[in-house]
Design a binder for this molecule. Sequence first.
Ligand code: NAD
Length: 484
Amino acid sequence: MKQYLNFIHGEFVATAKTFENRAPVDNRVLGLVHEAGQAEVNAAVAGARAALKGDWGRLSVVKRVDMLYAVADEINRRFDDFLQAEIADTGKPLSLASHIDIPRGAANFKVFADIIKNVPTESFQMTTPDGGTAVSYAVRSPLGVVAVVCPWNLPLLLMTWKVGPALACGNTVIVKPSEETPATATLLGEVMNAVGVPPGVYNVLHGFGPGSAGEFLTRHPGVSGITFTGETRTGEAIMAAAAKGVRPVSFELGGKNAGIVFADCDFDKAVAGITRSAFENCGQVCLGTERVYVQRPIFDQFVAALKEKAEALKVGPSEQPGVGLGPLISAEHKQKVLGYYAKAVAEGATVVTGGGVPDMPGALAEGHWVQPTIWTGLPESASVVREEVFGPCCHIAPFDTEEEAIALANATDYGLATTVWTQNLGTAHRMAAAVEVGLCWINSWFLRDLRTAFGGAKASGIGREGGVHSLEFYTELRNVMVKL
Ligand code: NAD
C-alpha cells in the first residue's frame, strides 16, 4: 500500500502513527499517511534553522533563482505524476487540474524567482541637522523558518503560492499540507532532492490541526512566521498560537462572495462566468460565488439560464471526457454541504435545481457526490446566504439599484472577492470602489496576474501576497542610514 512519508531535512521519514488517505470519487483507500508528532516537528524546525545558516543561506540570489527555475522545470517534467497525485487526492476533473492546479504549481516558482531577481529597494538622501548629508537605503533579509499551513481545495497551487516566494526570499519552509491531500506536497520533496535544493530548505509534516502536526508546528518557538490558507476559525486558533513570541502571520481565509449581475451585462458571458464561479471545483473555491444578485429586469431569464447550465454539468470521475463536476473532498464535508441543502429548504428556499445526491454507478456510489444546487426566495438572514457552504451551490436574489447591490454585497463579515457583470464602465468602476473586498473582478472571475496583490478584507484574511506584496511578509526590511 502507498505510504505518504514526512520529508525532513532531505529525507523521507516514517512514523509509527498512520491514518488513511481516501479517494473522494469512491472512498477507496489510497494509502497510509505518516503523522508527524512533536519529535518530527522539532527535527524539521532544527533542520530548517540550520539550513538558513548553511548552504542555502550562503547561496547567491542568482544561484537561488536558478534553483527555483529548476524546481519549476522538474515539476513540468513530472507533470503527469503531479496530475495523477492531485486527481487521486481531490477527484477534481482532469481538465481543471491539468489547466490550473499543476501549471500554476510550477509557475509559482518562476514568477517569484523573477520578482526577487528584479525588485529594487528604496533609497533616500537627506540634509542632516548639522548641514551634512545622509543616505538611507533598504536591504531585505529572509524572515527565517516559515510554517506553511495549507487547505485541500487546490493543494499544490495554494502551497507553492507560498513556498515559491518564501524560498525566493531565502527562507526555509515547513509545509503542513491538509490531512485530506498529502500527495503533491510529498512529491515536491522528491523534486527538491532531484534538483539539489539543500536539505532542510523544504520540509513536509503530515497530520491534523489541533493536538497534531498543525498545532505543534504553529506553536513551535523556532518558527519565525506562519502563512496560512484555510477557514477563518482555524485562522483564529493559529493567530492565538502566533501571539506567543509575537510572530507574524499572513492569512488567506474564508469568503461568502457576491456575484453582481447588472441588466446591461453581456448576458451569455455573465451566465458562463457565474456558472464557473458557483460550481468550479465542485464549489470548493474560496473565491467562489455563493450569493448571486441579479438586476430585476433580467432576473427570471438569468435564473432559467443558470439552471440550464447547472443541469448540463456532467458529474463524474476525473478522466471521463466532458466532466465538469467532481465530488466533494470527504464524507464529512459532504454531510456538511447536505446539511446546508436541508437547512435552505427548512428556511423556505425555492429549489431551482439540485438539492440532493446524484445517482452514481458501481463503486462511484461510495464517493462524495452532491448535485449542483440553486436556490431563490430566501431572506438575507438565511444560513446559506450568510455562511460559507463551500459546495456547488448559490442563492440568487433580485436587486434594483446600484446602491442596493453595494449594500447587499457588503452585508457580510467576510471580504474576499466580488465579481461584477456590466457593460457600463461607470458602473463597473463605482462598484469596484465600493465593495469591501481584497479582489474585485469585472466581467471575469479567477483571472489572475501573479504580480498583483491577492488577499482578503475583513474576516477573509490578513495581509496580501502576490508580486512584490509577498516580500512584505517573507522578508524583514532593514533600513541602513549612512552619515556621509
Ligand atoms: P481548514 O482551516 O480546516 O484547514 C486548513 C489547514 O489548517 C489544514 O492543513 C489543517 O490541518 C490545518 N489546521 C486546522 N486546525 C489547525 C490548528 N488549530 N492549528 C494549526 N493548523 C490547523 O481549511 P480547509 O477545510 O482545509 O479549507 C477550506 C477553507 O479554506 C475554506 O474556508 C476556504 O474559504 C478557505 N480557503 C481560502 C483561500 C484564500 O485564498 N482566501 C483559498 C483556499 C481556501
